[in-house]
Write a new protein. Structure first.
Length: 236
């Protein structure tokens, strides 16, 4: 996984003025991955040019790029900090990453269809692509990194201490509304049937003997199936 980049003087990159640095040939990511590859992919997928990058953030597994486009759209590009084509790659297995991407995209598209749930609109996404050839050199592209492009929601972050008590209460109310909306959301049966077994962790059966349902019979059957899948035949 990539480390957060440093500047020529050894200081940590502050996440600002990235586009200016790139145009001057001073990309803080230089030597690890080519950020121009990210710009080109965004411009191809969204049909607009990158005109500004107000900030870059560093998450547990992803970079977050706040990007302004020539069509006045503000987006957040979430790019993985790990590349499945890197030499000595250590991370989630490739097949698992692809499944994670497809599942997350399906959930975002589903939640965006419900007007009562506040969620950023997913504009485009791409699962990582792993080359079959031996991985001995640093990749010249970024196809080995999963990518999500979201429409950026209005507002700022990290301003809690700057808010008045009334604004803090209002924000807490909004957060509670979001959590309640998710708690009360009933996913469609076809999505549940498609993803439930895939999302089970650890040992699991190849198929479930009952349709997925929120009742005691299904829960007992599920636990029994997982136990049988774990211990298989006693004496083997």
């Amino acid at each position: 996984m990539d480390k957060w980049p440093t500047m020529p003087d050894g200081s940590h990159f502050d996440g600002k003025h990235l586009l200016t640095l790139v145009r001057e040939g001073k990309s803080p990511f230089k030597g690890v991955w080519d950020i121009n590859q990210l710009f080109r992919e965004i411009e191809e997928k969204l049909g607009a040019f990158v005109v500004d990058i107000p900030s870059v953030s560093n998450g547990c597994r992803n970079y977050g790029f706040h990007i302004k486009l020539s069509n006045s759209l503000d987006i957040v590009a979430r790019l993985s900090r790990s590349d499945v084509n890197m030499p000595n790659f250590v991370g989630y297995p490739f097949n698992m990453q692809v499944t994670e991407v497809e599942f997350e995209a399906a959930i975002y598209e589903l939640l965006c269809s419900d007007p009562h749930i506040m969620v950023s609109r997913l504009l485009a996404y791409r699962a990582p692509v792993q080359y079959a050839s031996p991985r001995v050199n640093i990749p010249e592209d970024i196809v080995g990194r999963r990518l999500f492009l979201f429409e950026r929601a209005q507002g700022d972050h990290d301003i809690w201490n700057e808010l008045t008590r009334e604004d803090q209460n209002w924000l807490l109310g909004k957060c509670a509304h979001i959590r309640a909306s998710l708690f009360n959301f009933n996913p469609p049966p076809d999505l549940v049937s498609k993803w439930f077994l895939e999302r089970l962790f650890g040992h699991k059966p190849e198929a479930l003997p009952l349709p997925v349902a929120p009742d005691r019979e299904f829960c007992v059957t599920l636990f029994t199936s997982k136990i049988e899948a774990t211990i298989k035949n006693i004496g083997d």
